[in-house]
Design a protein around this ligand. Structure first.
Ligand SMILES: Cc1cc2nc3c(=O)[nH]c(=O)nc-3n(C[C@H](O)[C@H](O)[C@H](O)COP(=O)(O)OP(=O)(O)OC[C@H]3O[C@@H](n4cnc5c(N)ncnc54)[C@H](O)[C@@H]3O)c2cc1C
Length: 222
């Protein structure tokens, strides 16, 4: 397991983020208690409460520099945001394709429901917002690939893509009517998976703590 652990006591460092070290070490269950958390989605990957007590770690399991582990983990945050934003785009596109297909096939009173603009317009709005979000995702990814600063863009990409995914999956579910609630039509799973990305890796409220400061020059609110 990848583990960030305090290796210098808090009272001996000037900032709480100092004195933490990163290790890649064996998950020895003699010292680690892992308890699965049951969730509403993302069941392909389990999430756990992890209790570590007295785990011995060989010095060679250290990654990078002792005491600098927190800074090392930060290097992974922007790519994680961009990756998650990309996941949102994929989930939402899948939902819209399924909805459009269903709306073309489901016939009520001799015409497909997709012929009604009341069905088309919410899907069109969702598509437009989703594809706009995708421009920010690819922009952030291009900056990251070029080795440039991309913190604000990566955060904005995740914020926009998650919001667009929640909208698109919800609209798609409604398009299926009652079947949108049935497991058989799969769209309910896309709703559940999209909802997760409103919360992780960071909630919109937390995202919006950072963007005003970095993009617009507001004083730091925390
Ligand atoms: C399925 C799943 C997988 C996860 N995987 C990982 C993982 O791999 N690695 C990892 O590190 N974490 C992981 N997480 C944790 C996730 O990153 C956190 O749950 C998320 O960042 C929210 O933090 P919190 O749960 O501590 O909420 P809290 O910090 O307790 O916040 C609760 C609510 O209060 C709001 N809030 C808090 N402070 C403020 C403020 N100052 N102003 C306005 N609103 C505020 C928050 O936005 C939120 O709505 C995972 C979570 C889930 C559900």
């Amino acid at each position: 397991m990848l583990l960030l652990a305090r290796t210098t006591r808090l009272e001996k460092v000037s900032s709480p983020t100092e004195g933490l070290s990163l290790f890649y070490t064996d998950l020895n269950r003699d010292f680690v208690d892992v308890r699965e958390i049951k969730k509403m989605g993302r069941k392909a990957v389990d999430s756990n409460e992890v209790f570590i007590d007295g785990l011995p770690i060989p010095a060679e399991d250290l990654i990078g520099e002792e005491g600098k582990g927190f800074g090392q983990t930060l290097l992974g945050l922007n790519p994680e945001r961009i990756l998650v934003a990309g996941e949102c785009i994929g989930i939402a596109r899948n939902a819209l394709v399924r909805a459009a297909h269903y709306a073309s096939e489901r016939v009520i009173f001799d015409r497909p429901i997709g012929q009604n603009q009341g069905v088309q317009h919410p899907l069109a709005w969702a598509w437009a917002r989703l594809e706009s979000a995708n421009f920010m995702v690819t922009h952030a990814a291009a900056l990251y690939d070029a080795g440039e600063l991309c913190g604000v863009e990566a955060k904005a990409a995740k914020l926009l893509a998650a919001a667009a995914a929640v909208e698109a999956t919800e609209v798609a579910q409604i398009t299926f009517g009652g079947f949108g609630y049935a497991k058989e039509y799969y769209v309910e799973r896309l709703v559940r998976e999209a909802l997760l990305f409103r919360i992780v890796p960071v909630t919109p409220q937390m995202r919006l703590l950072f963007i005003p400061e970095k993009a617009l020059g507001f004083p730091r609110p925390y």
